[in-house]
Design a binder for this molecule. Sequence first.
Ligand SMILES: Cc1ncc(COP(=O)(O)O)c(C=O)c1O
Length: 490
Amino acid sequence: MSGSGHRVWAEVDLSALRRNMARVLSCLRPGAAVLAVVKADAYGHGAVPVARALAGEPGLWGFGVGDSQEALELRAAGITAPILILGTIIPEEEAQVVSHDVRVCVHSMERIATLEDESRRQGRRTRVHVMVDTGMGRLGALPGRAAELARAVAASRWLELEGIASHMSAGRPGHPFTGVQRDRLLGVLADLQSDHIEPPLVHFANTAAILGGEGCNQPLVRPGISLYGVLGPDLAHIANALGLEPVMSLRTQVVYMKDVPAGTPIGYNGTHVTSRQTRVATLPIGYNDGLAYRLSNRGRALVRGACAPIIGSISMDYTMLDVGDIPGVRVGDTVTFIGRDGELAIGIPELASIVGTIPYEIACSVGKRVHRLYVREGQPPPGAAAAEPEPLAVPPAEAVPAGHCAAAPRPSRRASPARVVHDAGAVEAPGVSAGNARRVRAPRAVGVRRKAARGGAGRTDRSAGADRAAGADRAGGADRADRAGGADAA
Ligand SMILES: Cc1ncc(COP(=O)(O)O)c(C=O)c1O
């Protein structure tokens, strides 16, 4: 029986989160700090509990969010660490960020001017980071204009130039374009140095740049997805070598069971018709909870330590499993869509590969109505809803073949089983000496076991339409995917 008291719940293992943070730190130079990216509700894990769990951890400098609402949510929860809005703010957000001591990235002279006005009006200085577009093509001033922005901030009485930043576009480690972007950022820094402007913080490294080595010698890095232990195929071997663990599991419980004869259509449009007499388990989880529609007739779930196929179309609130081959399944049994059940596990990256998306999207899609159950070393924190009597921490899934449930060894909990170190060029930010650079050996590749995804039977027009739409999206991204080696980021 599930005993969680919830229809659908996501277990978020805060101990695994902290271990991931320590493992990310272990690939950095001594004394380096982390700006933990908790935007998009900490990639679906819950920004406030995640920030509370990381606040005060060794090496934590502050938190990166997407907008002022996310920043204020953290402040309201009592987070006093630095918070930086990584994107851009709109004029309506200025008053709140200034009054709540939220740092902002700036991208234009216009924003600098309005932010300065607001800071003057409130009589409070605002710390800003100038964002340089070194090749992302999204936000940020082009390198030729960035120094001008930094000088304007440095000259302002009401603004403080706390940092210079950029964002890397490549999603796979060691991509040559990351080095190009890093060098463009260095050019801006050199330009400023000639004016004796040396912002205390310089940062550009996301997970791919950290694990790829370009971020290893940086004083401040901005990991997101690595903290949550959800790495796509391009980063999986390094993540495994480092011992990064998935933090979130997604579970539900069987709410209805029935025996059906051969020839029974299941779900909308009867996209699955039973080929034998079997047992169908109905689960109160649907695409509104983050179970991607494209898993219809393709995905699997774990129940009683065994693997059961999703049959029929996933609907908004319900999903069906064929549990005819699993003895003893009954109403109330726990069903796992992400995470471990006994010796089997399903990981977010595998779901992403079946669905044709990136792990980020799967993690961020876990719906609002899904109850988050926070656990530490197997125990819910004080005040959390009562949960399973057995330890709840879900040992990390390692590698699960796409579309299948697979036996997954339980990785060791030892910190940093393999230090990942790199030879890649390090950015010499002001104040960072080359002597601090850590010499490294190549990451040990840990095999990821994969099988081909099994195609679903009886696909409908509706699901074929969804496929086409997804294919069109992917085609639209071909240029970027080429540069990023097919990987992606948020
Ligand atoms: C500006 C910025 N920095 C850092 C990150 C973290 O990236 P990742 O999750 O790949 O580590 C993101 C994520 O989208 C971002 O937008």
